[in-house]
Ligand binder design. Structure first.
Ligand SMILES: [Zn+2]
Ligand SMILES: [Zn+2]
Length: 314
């Protein structure tokens, strides 16, 4: 697979060249704005003691302010509805319990509960699933910020040490090309051995493969097509090359992007989107990414009303 050759071009240029990404970019933009709201930090409890197996979020109860949950849930559903998922417009006025449940389903990546919620609300499960996946990002970023120093230095799993998700992508970072996994939810950043499958741990080199791509990033720039979010991006590290690591044992794949330094947290979503051609190539070759979390979380969201726990029902 070749994406043509090119000199370095920024992610923002790449985004401008793909008008079909605008709806999702609009969602990513409000996610980034919401992450900047410091009120999410008040929802973060003390983390569990460091563990070499369980993510820090396991068993945690997060207590965001009910008004914050309402404001964020409705804004997200409204934005997704205006961006094309029109069926979601009907649930943008959902009650507080429903919005908190949406946040919790996303937090623990429970697809079955999302489907049940979609049926109850009378909306497409896929549309609700896409929104549910990003809904907990502000909360998770607040957790990661507070808990970063608590991650066990011995962490050696493929799933996120903070929120339990499988990585969105890997970076081959710096001159030494260290393998760093990046969580697309909480933006955690952790090391992992090369020549080992992040999903199943397979380390038989004969069963691991790689689809090589030369990333271009060029494209017909059309500045008017770029949302504010994309224009605001100033990546320090243009994408230089990308690969897809594959595993014949579990048929899993993971995108790898060569970078000089860590990709800023706010740019991970766009980088994931900008490399969607790799997902298409990998899926076309018969590989996939695991559905659901890498580790069970059993975490809860209980929205606070007036300083008291709300009557949230699970
Ligand atoms: Zn994470
Ligand atoms: Zn594998």
């Amino acid at each position: 697979m070749s994406l043509a050759s090119s000199s370095a071009v920024s992610l923002a240029d790449l985004a401008r060249s793909h008008t079909e990404w605008r709806p999702w970019l609009a969602v990513l933009e409000i996610v980034t704005e919401a992450v900047g709201d410091r009120a999410w930090r008040l929802a973060v409890p003390e983390p569990a003691p460091p563990s070499d197996v369980a993510p820090l979020l396991a068993g945690a109860t997060l207590t965001p302010d009910a008004r914050l949950v309402r404001r964020w849930g409705r804004r997200l559903l409204d934005t997704a509805a205006s961006a094309g998922a029109t069926a979601l417009a009907g649930v943008a006025r959902a009650d507080d319990d429903t919005l908190a449940e949406l946040l919790e389903c996303g937090l623990v990546q429970d697809g079955a509960r999302v489907s049940a919620l979609a049926t109850r609300l009378g909306v497409e499960p896929e549309a609700l699933g896409a929104v549910t996946a990003v809904a907990p990002v502000p909360l998770l970023r607040a957790c990661a910020e507070r808990w970063r120093e608590r991650v066990s230095p011995a962490w050696s799993h493929g799933y996120c040490p903070i929120c339990g998700a499988w990585p969105a992508l890997a970076e081959a970072r710096g001159l030494e090309r260290a393998r760093r996994l990046r969580c697309g939810r909480c933006a955690a950043d952790w090391g992992f051995a090369w020549l080992k499958c992040v999903y199943c741990g397979m380390d038989d080199h004969a069963r691991l493969g790689r689809l090589v791509c030369d990333q271009d990033a060029a494209g017909e720039a059309s500045p008017a097509a770029a949302p504010r979010f994309a224009r605001a991006l100033t990546p320090r590290d243009p994408i230089r090359s990308t690969t897809v690591e594959t595993c014949l044992a579990c048929r899993g794949y993971l995108k790898t992007v060569t970078t000089l330094g860590p990709t800023p947290a706010d740019e991970l979503g766009l980088l994931d989107l900008a490399t969607v051609d790799l997902d298409v190539a990998a899926i076309g070759s018969g590989y996939s990414r695991p559905v659901g979390p890498g580790a069970p979380l059993g975490a809860r969201v209980r929205a606070r009303t007036g300083g008291l726990l709300s009557g949230w029902r699970g």
